[in-house]
Write a protein that binds this ligand. Sequence first.
Ligand code: FAD
Length: 513
Amino acid sequence: MAILPSSSLLSQRKLIYPSSIFAYSSHIRFRLGFQIMNSTSKSEPKSVSSSTIYQVPGLDSHEMDSIAEKTFERYSSKTVKRNGKGISIVWYRNDLRVLDNEALFKAWVSSEAILPVYCIDPRLFETTYCFGFPKTGALRAQFIIECLADLKKNLMKKGLDLLIQRGKPEDILPSLAKAFGAHTVYAHKETCSEELQVERLVTRGLRGVVLSPAQGNSTSSSSTHNPKLELIWGSTMYHLDDLPISISSLPDVYTQFRKSVEAKCAIRGCIRLPKSLGPAPSIDDWGHVPSIEQLGLQSEKATKGMRFLGGETAALSRVSEYFWKKDSLKVYKETRNGMLGPDYSTKFSPWLASGSLSPRFIYEEVKRYEKERLANDSTYWVLFELIWRDYFRFLSIKYGNSIFHLGGPRKAERGWSQEQKLFESWRNGCTGYPLIDANMKELSATGFMSNRGRQIVCSFLVRDMGIDWRMGAEWFETCLLDYDPCSNYGNWTYGAGTCTLISKFLNKFSTCI
Ligand code: FAD
């Protein structure tokens, strides 16, 4: 039985199928592992048992270690020179990687020893801003734990380690800077308000630390000084500083943005690091990678659908598997709107969001593939999609907090419902509409949902149920392995029609109808 709200737009419209599903009903030619769809098509793919579990990437640990090792080797440099003094800190945030990490590179160049630090910030495990859902669900927490374990391992291979501390960065970093006499804290720049506030607090905390003239990277310094926070742009494929337009005049039409960067902007090469980054400062207790229980959450593991492995080793292996081993890149454009199984799309997003994968590395791998195998619409289309990701990140700077507001950047006024029962039927996959329910169950069980699935469930919630879009966005924030405020709230504001450019979302929809 489908759940239809008594007072909602749905029942007023007297639709048998809500509009978002109606558009797709003739396209339901597949089965989802989470709920069997009705279909009489003979061409439908083989049914996938609901107990099937796919590990992504589907390689064994030996194979993955070997791919990571070879990639690090390919990206290591013998010519880079170190010319700094003293100690610098690398503050790891959403950049949990070694390869193409400019913060790590700059820290190495400017010091004699690097201290890499990750702070387990308790605020990440509080609740979402408006509706009180867990800010980080157990599946993403588990993914991040795996990213940290892998980062620690890869840093150790390079002669370093990862200091893991529980607490707020603004408390931990100044006290470490003081204890080690670190002259600079290097970190990647973020764009959204919560992250920017932490940057401000860390800067303020560092201002309160006084270093002696002997501590620092300048031999000529004769007076005391404070350690500084140096923030580096490194999350997008196109660099912020290379954009041909200022952020304030960023076009509201994606195509204009894309054409402009493609014509006038080059993508920077990946940063190359020396083989060894040591020495690390001498520390008795580097801290340990926490268990999920230590983060105050209960262990959850995907038992059907896809199970993503966290960490840079898995990220590099997934690129290798999807591009080179399975050769799936050459058909990406035709398969990318699928919903079933690991290979209809790249599945790079969880690693991109945690920063264990660099978008510039993906770009270089696409170019290598085009040179060594073939170049076609599909190879280009992965880059096309990555430009969407860049675009949402740049838009988050242009529009600031308005991407989180009910009216969005457009300040759109519309009556929204917050009817709990209706929302819960959507959230729990109990609406009675198999396509919606299967996608929502997949999200809860695995932390992932296809792009097409996200568009459909978003449209259903906001257009058919008339529910406040922020409830959907916050539920995605809890569950998604690839949660990233810019892409999540950016896509939701589009879906809700509260972003300045509604046509993008509708365009994307119409491409598959
Ligand atoms: P592919 O199809 O293989 O694309 C390659 C990469 O391009 C992706 O990994 C991603 O980094 C980027 N990309 C593709 N489509 C988009 C898009 N619409 N917006 C931004 N980047 C894109 N993506 C996130 O990474 N984090 C989110 O929190 C997020 N929330 C979303 C919420 C809604 C309502 C919608 C409609 C989309 C959201 N997306 C989000 C975008 C998109 O659904 C995922 O990036 C994509 O499904 C990830 O699968 P993939 O890596 O196989 O993508």
